[in-house]
Design a protein around this ligand. Sequence first.
Ligand code: MLT
Length: 394
Amino acid sequence: MPAVNLNYGTLKENYLFAEIAKRVNAYAALHPEQHLLRLGIGDVTQPLTPSVIAALHEAVDLQSSADTFHGYMSELGYAPLRSAVAAYYRRRSVTLKDSEVFVSSGASDELGDILNLFDRSLDVILLEPAYPAYADANVMDGRTIHYLAASDANGFTPLPPQESMQALIYICSPNNPTGAVFTRELLKQWVDYANQTGSVILFDAAYEAFITRDDIPRSIYEIEGAKTCAIEISSLSKTAGFTGTRCGYTVIPEDLERDGMNLNAMWVRNRTTRTNGVSFILQHGALAVFSEQGQKEVQELLSVYRANAKRFMKALDEAGLNYFGGENAPYIWMKCPHGRSGWETFDLLLEQAQIVGTPGEGFGKCGAGYFRFSMFADPDDIEEAGRRISTVLK
Ligand code: MLT
């Protein structure tokens, strides 16, 4: 019998963003004089908003007095924050009980941890290209993955498969990496498929705040039937600049049951056993995001990234380059010109224009020949990247 998890042996040597960081660091070490224009990993560049900063300071002060000090927090989340998240959903006509909201330390942590609820023999359906952690976390568990191609032909939003299969289904909308958004009608087809087959949808809503169109759902629970088949994982990383601060939330409806087991109750059991929750200081800061003023500030923050996207799309248009996304999403998904691969485009952009992006191949085979730009970059870097791109890629 093996002593360790041999599934690790089937993973690629490095995780995508670790591999890119390695290559970029090697280039930077050879060219210390060059300023790199970082449009690679979707890491935010704007600071936390004033309301959040004030709440974080306040939380530190509260921890300084025995009367207001907090020790262990609830493993499930700070009650006022769970209520604030439920109220945030109510504004979009989604009714949730506070007990259906769990505070997490971020979406990527949760996307890995949540797999503990599922049997290792359960198949996985991945709409590819996809955020690489979906596949890697399941490879670590030894699950079988079925890839469904999201392509130009289906607007990067594929229909459920013809074949009936019970599976764990990943849907990310707005999509990372393609920037595509799933319509209400399409999500309804996925929800019906999941309910019919006994599947569970893991809906990654990390980029929901980028949706400006009223007809595009920001939550899977806007779709009838979703409460019996979907878990939604979201985060403050991309909406409120929490990539380095870490706080997110997960919704598991109390109506979600499989094999006679209740997934909400299972997650309560999991969290109370495997974590002591997110720190009080961070949750107090996160709570400020959901205040009226906090929400105004979030919109101001997002407007920086939206303006980046507009500016960069204009540059791509002027260069005659073909791309998707960028509207209702912080990612732009470019078709690599001249039949180049994503990695060839990566090398070319890095060496000749000092632009860092992400090769489509990093998001799976179906990403081959594409290239992702993150709009979370510094606005001056976006401006400069826009200027340089046409000369290199034309
Ligand atoms: C990305 O660049 O795809 C994401 O920012 C990575 C992450 O959220 O972990």
